[in-house]
Design a protein around this ligand. Sequence first.
Ligand code: ADP
Ligand code: MG
Ligand code: MG
Length: 250
Amino acid sequence: MLEIKNLVVQIEDKRILNGLNLTVNKGEVAAIMGPNGSGKSTLSYVIAGKEDYEVLDGEILLNGENLLEMEPDQRAAAGVFLAFQYPLEIPGVASMTFLKATLNAQRKARGEEELTTPDFIKRVNAAAQQLEIPKDMLKRALNVGFSGGEKKRMEILQMALLQPSFCILDETDSGLDIDALRIVSEGVNALRSPDRAFLVITHYQRLLNHIVPDTVHVMHSGRIVRSGGKELALELEANGYADYRDSEAA
Ligand code: ADP
Ligand code: MG
Ligand code: MG
């Protein structure tokens, strides 16, 4: 589904991704682990199409389509979704209004009809209930004054509504207490499907006890330096990333 070949990216003359290769298959949950500053967030932004990053080499294909030639909204319409490490706050826009606008924009970009308000409300309420998001929270301005856990749940709600085919979660577990972690993980697990793939970026093994990955990749200095099964996450938790510093020098 996602194929990244020799991706080289810089920002303000600083090389951040250094020939990164990664393949994620349909139906797969791939975890990326790596120390702070290894380029994990940069990778997720470049896939989603955030500006500021200069792609010097390589390609990113989603189902054979070249993502690097698409605008961020086209990538979203193609099925890419990025849950941010720090979700945006939008004062003055009710969460419900934002969700409806986002969903209808995506439908429009795909040439589908807009949802009617009752249809939309039915879908939001069902998804919100699963994520234990109270209805009055949906009336409040998006993310303004929300706790870390509430913001993350709102991101997963967005994901549940948009039904993206390629979901990227960037440190979705940061700042979550154990209950919020369970709710968010259950929301993600409910979306696992043979037609959908996930890239789960995390520092810690903890999240991967809840969202059990099919593959684990270690990122270091802007490259994937090792790949394995879910047991690799446990090994990293035990040994840290020290082993990989040498591979950087090599
Ligand atoms: P991670 O998510 O793995 O912690 P990031 O992708 O956030 O890593 O950052 C990788 C490196 O790129 C870091 O050294 C960081 O300081 C640098 N970096 C990220 N964004 C910028 C930016 N906008 N300007 C300059 N350097 C940046
Ligand atoms: Mg970081
Ligand atoms: Mg990061």
